[in-house]
Design a binder for this molecule. Structure first.
Ligand code: HEM
Length: 288
């Protein structure tokens, strides 16, 4: 993931350049939070530049209000596209994940297609909502923005605190007990499905003694569950950290006077889907 950092920086820089070029207002979600993760996944997989507009068209349907038939149809188109790309990569491999998967013995084309689809679905809206909800939370609290601008070297800690505080995926850690367990005084028999509420754990006052319900970017490091736990914890977490460190740093240093363009109360929060967030975030900055 460290090797991808320069490309992530270029992607973020070019999105911010485009925002600056359009004036002093934008919807952060469509101008930045949606395209950055999608372009980063293109980079990871090795999607050629000429195909990127088409790739982003496919990602349009990843929003939660897409009707299931439309979602399935677009995912089928995406699988067709990937099969074509696999053929091209087999003929001319690159330094990318698809080429490496294809070169592995025993990995079928169906598996390569499914891995690529999984990475897109799991890695896109998660990072998008961290950017949009994270920016919303920070703009609510000027003290935190000052901290971010004054301590750019502490961005990694700031990202961990945003992950903990926002806990955008609240109920995705699902496990089955393999033996009877006692949890909080309750006996859970073997073979029971257990759904862990990350938002609760990430704000547990016995673990986070100091104001767990508040955002403090200088909070001392402690493990959180925003990326899950154990062998199935998020495989994309280091990439997400790279994206967020570079993305938040540039958003808050390159857009002077960054602020919400409408009162916070007019920004509806999405509360009926598996990933918490906002569908749009009107922002403004001091245009040159
Ligand atoms: C900030 C952004 C992200 C958040 C908050 C997030 C969160 C999560 C969580 C909570 C899980 C479940 C972990 C568990 O069951 O213990 C998960 C799994 C997963 N994530 Fe992420 N994720 C993010 C970004 C990404 C990215 C960028 C990718 C890939 C490019 C990705 C790929 C995956 C995959 C493939 C899994 C399934 C892993 C498995 O079951 O073994 N995620 N993620």
């Amino acid at each position: 993931m460290r090797a991808l950092e320069p490309r992530v920086t270029e992607i973020v820089t070019s999105r911010i350049d485009a925002m600056l070029a359009t004036g002093g207002e934008a919807d952060l979600v469509s101008a930045f939070a949606l395209p950055v993760p999608s372009l980063v996944i293109c980079e990871l997989l090795g999607v050629p530049y000429a195909d990127r507009a088409e790739f982003q068209r496919v990602t349009d349907v990843l929003s939660f209000d897409t009707p299931p038939e439309r979602f399935r149809a677009r995912m089928d188109e995406f699988a067709d596209y990937l099969r074509g790309l696999i053929t091209r990569k087999r003929a001319r491999p690159g330094d990318d994940l698809l080429s490496r998967l294809i070169a592995q013995n025993g990995v079928s084309d169906v598996e390569v297609v499914n891995i690529a689809r999984l990475l897109l679905v799991a890695g896109h809206h998660t990072t998008t909502n961290m950017f949009s909800l994270g920016t919303f939370a920070l703009l609510h609290d000027p003290g935190q923005v000052d901290h971010l601008r004054e301590h750019p070297d502490q961005i990694a800690a700031a990202v961990e605190e945003l992950l903990r505080y926002l806990s955008i995926i609240q109920l995705s850690i699902v496990r089955v007990t393999t033996e009877p367990v006692e949890l909080g005084g309750i006996q859970v028999p073997a073979g029971t499905t257990v759904v862990i509420a990350q938002a609760e754990v990430n704000r547990d006052p016995t673990h986070w003694a100091d104001r767990p319900g508040e955002l403090h970017l200088d909070r001392p490091h402690a493990p959180h569950l925003a990326f899950g736990h154990g062998v199935h914890q998020c495989i994309g977490q280091q990439l997400a950290r790279v994206e967020m460190s570079i993305g938040f740093t540039q958003l808050f240093t390159r857009l002077p006077g960054l602020r919400l363009a409408v009162p916070a109360s007019r920004i509806p929060l999405r509360t009926d889907t598996g990933i918490y967030g906002v569908d749009s975030l009107p922002i403004a900055w001091d245009a040159a």
